[in-house]
Design a protein around this ligand. Structure first.
Ligand SMILES: Nc1nc2c(ncn2[C@@H]2O[C@H](COP(=O)(O)OP(=O)(O)OP(=O)(O)O)[C@@H](O)[C@H]2O)c(=O)[nH]1
Ligand SMILES: *[C@@H]1O[C@H](CO)[C@@H](O)[C@H](O)[C@H]1NC(C)=O
Ligand SMILES: [Mg+2]
Length: 238
């Protein structure tokens, strides 16, 4: 039976982690799917690690793996570190802050199996997908960012370049991740561009993205500037 590994990078997700884990557990169990969760924590000041350890005690080391790093080393390297611990043939990357609902995972799995896709990406920008809890400014920023990227990078059939809720064949992710150089939101874009270059196939599932419930959002002018920089860099280097 195919096993699914979920990598959950956490930085100050103490309140969210038990909830997302519970939702994942329920989804996989209900659908009779074998899974494990790999938490990658970067010494979160709110001591998310303690919560991860409690989950591990309750559910066991088979179901809950923990990678604990010394400090905030960023999302990209968190995925790389998490991937090394994955024992499943399929890997799911998603946020731990409840923005990504596990209910979409079975749909992603069906899609991957039906077409033998290398990657199935959650998309906010196709019929049936969307965002909840965003104000107009953030909606415009997000749409604008995605449109700009589509325009500059010509990513084929990918409609949501900056989304971070995706299912990968493990070999595909192992091949791509070490090559990714971008940081921040450009990171997710570069993954899809590299995948396209390697002739990997991509499917999409519409998802609704929900704003984080607990913890602070840090999308500001700085993030946007970083994104545009990353985009321009990708435009010239790929
Ligand atoms: N291990 C680790 N996890 C991180 C790091 N930065 C962010 N994360 C986690 O990665 C996921 C996505 O980060 P978020 O902070 O939600 O980023 P975002 O969704 O773009 O922005 P928000 O509006 O703040 O939600 C969350 O589960 C974070 O806890 C990091 O440096 N290390
Ligand atoms: C991808 O496919 C194209 C067209 O078939 C081919 O020319 C190219 O060599 C392939 N690239 C890789 C990395 O396999
Ligand atoms: Mg978030």
């Amino acid at each position: 039976m195919t096993k699914y590994s979920v990598i959950l990078p956490t930085y100050n997700e103490r309140e969210n982690l038990p909830l997302i884990f519970y939702m994942l557990h329920r989804t996989f169990t209900k659908n009779v799917i074998t899974f494990e969760v790999v938490v990658v924590d970067d010494n979160s000041p709110d001591n998310t690690l303690e919560v991860a350890q409690q989950l591990q005690e309750i559910y066991g080391k088979e179901l809950v793996k923990i990678v604990s790093r010394k400090g905030k080393l960023g999302l990209g390297t968190a995925y790389v570190a998490g991937l090394k611990e994955c024992t499943g043939e399929r890997v799911i990357l998603m946020d731990a802050d409840l923005s990504h609902h596990p209910k979409f995972i079975p749909q992603m799995i069906l899609k991957m199996n039906a077409h033998d896709y290398d990657i199935v990406s959650g998309t906010r920008y196709r019929k049936g997908g969307g965002v909840a809890g965003w104000d107009l400014k953030r909606k415009i920023t997000s749409k604008g960012a995605n449109f700009l990227a589509q325009f500059l990078l010509n990513p084929g059939n990918a409609s949501d370049l900056t989304g971070s809720f995706r299912l990968y064949k493990k070999e595909a992710l192992e091949k791509i991740l070490p090559q990714v150089k971008s940081k921040g939101y450009a990171f997710q874009m570069e993954i899809l561009i590299l995948a396209r270059k390697a002739n990997m196939t991509l499917g999409e599932v519409p998802i609704t993205f929900v704003d984080r419930l607990y913890g602070e959002s840090k999308l500001g002018a700085n993030e946007i500037l970083l994104y545009i920089k990353g985009l321009v860099k990708l435009f010239f280097t790929t």
